[in-house]
Every structure is written in structure tokens, then in C-alpha cells.
Design a protein around this ligand. Structure first.
Ligand code: SAM
Length: 180
């Protein structure tokens, strides 16, 4: 799918995508600077969208690493499947609420999310954040891109420590929340 069609898909599903544009390369770089993906065995991405973060993860992860990408929009999934045919990358057209069904007891080193939590119903948010926390190894990190500092309070309910990092290198300016 072309960049302009991906953007049309983003706008026309604003109620579930929650964004007017995709993450910039600088924001992806900033987000991934809080991880050591080359050492990770299992990485989970929530809300793959156009694959902008996915590409950044793939560029940094090791050959032995495995990446699971959750995305509810079927058109985005189709485009990502075509863009990322690697055997160690799996695009899953299902809600992040169901991560446990796909991990099957395995633990992830990182859960990297750009989900629009301000739009996701409370019960689903609860499921996603509880399951993400449970999915992580003891040293694992949940890293979230968001546009509101207030979301820090949400993540603090589920994680012991939450560090908010601000960046102007995106439109709109964003926060990278690093949760353990
Ligand atoms: C703000 S966009 C981010 C897209 C891209 N990763 C980026 O950073 O530009 C959020 C994405 O999350 C997806 N999404 C929303 N709710 C979801 C859910 N419950 N499970 C999985 N994906 C979801 C949307 O369809 C959308 O593609």
C-alpha cells in the first residue's frame, strides 16, 4: 500500500488509530534508544500501523530474535505482511488484549506500544496492560509512545516504575514512557 493510502486508512479510522500521522523516524529512534533489541529473544509490538516502528525494530534486532506485531486493522496487517516477509516476524491481526494467547507462556524482553490508550475502553486497557506486564521477563520493559504526560498516571497503576521522556522531534511532540 502506498504512503498516501496508508495515511487515508489512518484518517478514516481515527476512532481506533487515534493519530493524524505516523511516528517520525526521530521518534522511533528515541523510543528504541531505551531498548537493547540486538540482545532480545522475543519482542512484541502493539499497534503496528504503517510499520514505522516495526521497521525500526527489525533494523535493530538480532537474526535470532522473534517479533510479534499486533494490529487490529486488516489493511495495515496486509501491507505489513507484504513489507516484512521475514520468517522471524509475525503480523497478528488481533487485539493486543489477546497477547497471552499468542505468547503461550513465553516471556518477552520488550513490549513496544503506540496504542491510543485515550481511545481504548477501560476494560480493554486493563487487559492490555495487565497482560503486557505479565508477558515481560523480570528485566523486561514496556515502552509506550504517547502525546499526553497525563498517561503516566495510567501506566503507574500497572508498573512499579514509569519514566516519562519528552521529545520535540515529532509532530506533535511526544512522550516515550519507559515502564518496568
Ligand atoms: C497511533 S497508531 C500507531 C501506528 C504506528 N505504529 C506509528 O507509530 O505510527 C495506533 C495503531 O494501533 C492500532 N490499534 C488500536 N487499537 C488496537 C488494539 N486493541 N490492538 C492492536 N492494535 C490496535 C490502530 O489500528 C493503529 O494502527
Amino acid at each position: 500500500m502506498s504512503k498516501s493510502n496508508l495515511l487515508k486508512e489512518l484518517y478514516s479510522n481515527i476512532g481506533t488509530t487515534g493519530a493524524l500521522t505516523f511516528s517520525s523516524k526521530s521518534l522511533v529512534k528515541k523510543m528504541l534508544s531505551y531498548s537493547e533489541l540486538s540482545k532480545a529473544k522475543l519482542i512484541v509490538e502493539l499497534g503496528g500501523g504503517d510499520g514505522s516502528i516495526t521497521q525500526g525494530i527489525i533494523d535493530r534486532m538480532g537474526e535470532e530474535s522473534e517479533l510479534l506485531v499486533f494490529e487490529i486493522n486488516p489493511s495495515f496487517c496486509k501491507a505489513m505482511e507484504a513489507q516484512f516477509p521475514q520468517e522471524n516476524v509475525r503480523v497478528i491481526n488481533d487485539s493486543a488484549e489477546n497477547i497471552d494467547l499468542y505468547l503461550k507462556g513465553r516471556s518477552a524482553d520488550y513490549v513496544l506500544s503506540s496504542l491510543p490508550f485515550t481511545l481504548i475502553p477501560k476494560e480493554a486497557t486493563d487487559q492490555i496492560l495487565i497482560k503486557s506486564k505479565n508477558a515481560l521477563t523480570p528485566e523486561g520493559k514496556f515502552i509506550q509512545i504517547c502525546y499526553s504526560y497525563l498517561l503516566k498516571n495510567l501506566f503507574k497503576k500497572y508498573f512499579d516504575s514509569v519514566e516519562a521522556n519528552f521529545t520535540l522531534k515529532n509532530f506533535p511532540p511526544a512522550f516515550v514512557m519507559v515502564c518496568r
